[in-house]
Design a protein around this ligand. Structure first.
Ligand code: NAD
Length: 353
């Protein structure tokens, strides 16, 4: 047997795409043969949730409307009690990564099928991954059973995202694609997804930021985010996701803003050691990709530094040591000193030259 044979796991799901696609959710439920649907919904999706409940008619059982970031196990227990009380036999999650994370946590505990209707660009709907928090510690598990069997991408549901969330959530998606590009074991298929995702995000995001109600540009951005989510599912994530995992899980920092402000700093650190990724990204960015991403991240009107996000300066060393000690692939060797330097740059908001 050759030693250079690799296994590439891809996740085949059913994806519905297009403006108005949410109207097809009841058909998907019928296809699944489910009778009692639990809606897991972000509070921001109240209107869409109400419409969905009406459209499901007799198949609607209940709504759980309080998902939280990083899937705290206490919230899952509350939702599980509701699911059991109403004898739910399928879940429809409508919202961002938090609603979809809760749906995954319920599905793994009950075996219920899931239909995911994402309203941000986080990408969780196409991954077999769940990060759960218990007593302030975030643990990530990977299991094909986490991945929703059906995903409904309706760009109209992203129109309500304010400018800040639109920007930071799209950069969150871009981070999945960038890390897939410097994973030396990523397959040709994943690289193709990553390049298309990066191209879509870098070209559609400025258009959307110029006109938040542009459904066609939103659709392109959402499609790119789908491919970026597939990168997260298929490739090994490196330093960027490790940093976001430790910082987000330990200090409860807002997920998308954290990803957005870290990304240019990690790109500046890693791309010197990832020439193939750097070349591909330079082609789609039509110039220095780190500058392009830093310019987008700087457009955020909310916090753009770790300091502004509320991380104490004194925490940087401990985070650096934890991130340097965990095992994960990265194009450049990760030492605590190097990570502390990167974190300090992100804390101040000064990109290292
Ligand atoms: P989120 O789901 O926490 O949503 C952030 C806020 O935006 C919430 O207040 C939500 O109500 C609101 N919101 C969502 N959609 C909106 C819309 N269309 N219009 C207006 N407001 C809207 O944020 P997120 O960044 O999508 O997800 C973050 C969570 O997802 C984290 O817990 C993260 O760990 C997880 N995640 C997991 C994976 C995975 O593969 N397991 C991937 C990405 C993110």
């Amino acid at each position: 047997m050759g030693t250079d044979i690799r296994v590439h796991q891809v996740y085949a799901g059913r994806v519905l795409q297009g403006a108005g696609a949410r109207a097809l959710v009841p058909d998907e439920i019928e296809r699944l043969g489910a009778q009692r649907v639990l809606l897991v919904a972000a509070p921001s999706s109240a209107e869409g949730t109400q419409d969905l409940a009406t459209a499901l008619g007799e198949r609607y059982a209940a709504t759980f409307g309080r998902p939280a970031q990083h899937s705290p196990v206490e919230v899952t227990a509350e939702a599980l009690a509701v699911a059991r009380e109403v004898r739910a036999d399928a879940i429809v999650a409508i919202g961002g990564g938090s609603a979809i994370g809760l749906s995954k946590a319920l599905a793994i505990r009950t075996g219920m099928p899931q239909v995911a209707v994402p309203t941000t660009y986080a990408g969780s709907e196409v991954t077999p991954v769940l990060g759960e928090t218990e007593n302030g510690v975030k643990t990530t598990r990977r299991d094909p059973a986490f991945a929703p069997g059906t995903v409904v991408y309706d760009p109209e549901l992203t129109l309500s995202m304010p400018r800040g969330l639109t920007l930071t959530s799209a950069l969150n998606a871009l981070a999945h694609a960038v890390e897939a590009l410097w994973d030396t074991e990523a397959s040709a298929a994943t690289r193709a997804y990553a390049v298309e995702a990066a191209d879509g995000i870098l070209s559609a995001l400025p258009v959307v930021l110029g006109r938040l109600s542009d459904v066609a540009a939103r659709a392109r951005l959402q499609e790119a985010a789908w491919l970026a989510g597939a990168c997260l599912a298929q490739a090994r994530m490196g330093l960027h996701h490790q940093l976001a995992h430790v910082l987000g899980g330990t200090f409860g920092l807002p997920h998308a803003e954290l990803h957005a402000l870290l990304l240019p700093h990690v790109m500046r650190f890693n791309l010197v050691a990832a020439t193939d990724a750097a070349a591909r990204l330079a082609r789609v960015a039509d110039g220095d990709p780190t500058h392009a991403v830093a310019a987008l991240a700087a457009m955020h009107e909310g916090p753009t530094t770790l300091g502004a996000l509320g991380l104490p300066r004194a925490a940087l060393r401990e985070v650096a040591e934890r991130v340097a000690a965990s095992p994960y692939p990265n194009p450049r060797p990760v030492t605590a000193d190097a990570v502390e330097g990167l974190l300090l740059a992100a804390w101040r908001g000064e990109l290292v030259r």
